[in-house]
Design a protein around this ligand. Structure first.
Ligand code: GTP
Ligand code: NA
Ligand code: MG
Length: 298
């Protein structure tokens, strides 16, 4: 991109950490909403994407599940992000998915801010969390290191302002920019087949601006954007860099983590999308036959 076309964009912040350490509650506190109430069994099973505005600055948040089963979702979350908030419950300390999440963030070379949550609990022990994370090279500033630690209580709404301040500070250092003038490109956050609407995908626009009616290739799927909805369920006509939107109009359901690109004409998008689908099927077929060959030797 020509630097002259680059404009400041909102940071994309992914919330990660062990199951039940309070990621969604913390995001609820930031958004002043209640997503946790609608979750089955209180367990997050998908990546939620939201945007908030703080002092005139926008921040995009991706919530991720902490359950052990959702490793790939955490890995994908880490890849689409600018900053990771590692949530660690102050009573529980560092747990297996805390370590897994910090490793994903490190592998993706994404800066980590530690939110030590549940500080309202009687047995909260933030010093132990600092001690434990130091073993993974996340050394708090207070101890001469470079990692920002913020003590919070998601349920009491304490420490959230400071956390947002730190996010904006880190974002400023990162100098995040994108060109809003080109055709949109980005990543699939999640996708599913809706009975009434057909394939529905939540996309994170990373560059360019997406418009209703745009021809698009999404992973191995393609189509023309029929409708777009923002994170609060309102219909929108355009979406710029760092904006999460839900779209309909695809011929099939893409996968979380897939890349998307808008095309100038629908014929081209169809041709490329279909070509990719054929190659994907072929690769899958080969993989299946390799598995059956392995079976012969076992
Ligand atoms: P998964 O997405 O399933 O991994 O969980 P999560 O990390 O999103 O945790 P969630 O927000 O669902 O919270 C788990 C439990 O911890 C809920 O019962 C919350 O009410 C509770 N909780 C979250 N934050 C706090 C906090 O600051 N203090 C206390 N005391 N409880 C909290
Ligand atoms: Na939970
Ligand atoms: Mg959750």
């Amino acid at each position: 991109d020509d630097p002259a076309n680059l404009e400041e964009r909102a940071p994309v912040v992914t919330i990660m950490g062990h199951v039940d350490h309070g990621k969604t509650t913390l995001l609820d506190g930031i958004r002043k909403t209640k997503v946790t109430d609608t979750e089955a069994g209180g367990i997050t099973q998908h990546i939620g994407a939201y945007q908030v505005e703080e002092g005139g600055k926008r921040v995009t948040f991706l919530d991720t599940p902490g359950h052990a089963a959702f490793t790939t979702m955490r890995a994908r979350g880490a890849q689409a992000t600018d900053i990771t908030i590692l949530v660690v419950a102050a009573d529980d300390g560092v747990m297996p998915q805390t370590v897994e999440a910090l490793n994903h963030a490190k592998a993706a070379e994404v800066p980590i801010i530690v939110a030590v949550n549940k500080m309202d609990k009687e047995n909260a022990n933030p010093d132990r969390v600092m001690q434990e994370l130091t073993e993974y090279e996340l050394v708090p500033e207070a101890w001469g290191g470079e990692t920002i630690f913020v003590n919070v209580s998601a349920v009491k709404g304490e420490g959230i302002d400071e956390l947002l301040e730190m996010i904006l500070l880190v974002a400023e250092v990162e100098e995040l920019k994108a060109n809003p003038e080109k055709r949109a490109q980005g990543t699939v956050v999640e996708a599913e087949l809706d009975k009434g609407r057909g394939p529905v995908a939540t996309l994170l626009v990373q560059g360019g601006t997406m418009n209703v009616g745009d021809p698009i290739v999404v992973g191995y799927t393609h189509g023309r954007i029929r409708a777009m909805m923002n994170d609060v369920g309102r219909r929108v006509k355009t979406a710029g860099p760092s904006t999460p939107v839900e779209i309909t109009g695809l011929n099939d359901v893409p996968q979380a983590g897939d890349q998307f690109l808008v095309f100038a004409d629908e014929k081209k998008a169809k041709q490329i999308g279909e070509g990719r689908a054929v190659r994907a099927k072929e690769a899958q077929r080969r993989q299946t036959s390799r598995v059956s060959l392995d079976d012969l030797y076992n």
